[in-house]
Design a protein around this ligand. Structure first.
Ligand code: TIU
Length: 222
């Protein structure tokens, strides 16, 4: 089986071409654009907008090289039956999940704000996972889909680093997947949290996974 080696921390990541998928976490208007869930929580969305261009490059590499692509989105049903009160009632946001904002109802599937940003819309042949929680494995068919497709290694990108990305990395790690986080393809409203999360992932011999900048992945494919 053909395998690439990607320079990464804490040591090179061996990438088996026929059992690796790209997972792009929650690149949705609700997090990245003003007027969505992220801003309703009191965040400045600007640091997340910087991630769109590198993730677009990652997506182009994945499409060119034929890697399977999974896009996740955090979304709740219109009747909120999959949204625990503990999630909706947390804190004092300007708008709660399900309330109507400038891009439609906050974090509700099918609403304009819940869609992917224009640059990162999935293609027909790419897999889309709607998830009710932070991690992409909780309450979804992701694990079954990956196993069905023989996937053992994940290239992970998206937002936000310390919330949905980190939770997904930890869920994946516990299920036996080897995960490489593309560190310039992920972002947080709180840049210091992004930096520390990347360090947590690679600490202790890669206790959660590996991390590397996108250009190292692109070099491995050259
Ligand atoms: N609030 C925050 O940083 N993130 C989330 O609520 N969801 C995701 O990270 N996608």
């Amino acid at each position: 089986m053909h395998e690439l080696t990607v320079e990464a921390r804490p040591f090179p990541f061996r990438l088996p071409l026929h059992s690796t998928a790209v997972v792009i976490i929650d690149m949705q208007r609700d997090f990245v654009e003003p007027g969505g869930f992220g801003e309703s929580l009191g965040n400045d969305v600007e640091p997340l907008q910087a991630v769109i261009a590198p993730v677009t490059r990652l997506l182009a590499t994945a499409r060119r090289t034929g890697l399977p692509i999974v896009h996740t989105r955090e979304a709740h049903k219109p009747d909120l039956s999959d949204c625990p009160a503990a999630k909706r009632d947390r804190g004092a946001p300007r708008l709660r999940i399900g309330d109507r904002g400038p891009m439609g109802r906050i974090l509700i599937e099918g609403e304009p704000g819940n869609d992917f940003v224009a640059e990162l819309k999935p293609r027909e042949d790419e897999h889309v996972i709607s998830k009710p929680g932070k991690g992409a494995f909780y309450g979804t068919g992701l694990d079954a889909w990956l196993r069905q497709h023989g996937i053992t290694h994940l290239l992970v990108a998206g937002v936000t680093t310390e919330v949905c990305v980190q939770t997904t990395l930890r869920e994946a790690n516990d299920r036996g997947y080897c995960c490489l986080l593309l560190e310039d393809c992920t972002g947080s409203y709180i840049p210091e949290f992004k930096r520390i999360t990347v360090e947590m992932v690679v600490a202790q011999g890669g206790i959660v996974g590996w991390a590397t900048p996108l250009d190292r992945l692109e070099s491995a494919f050259e």
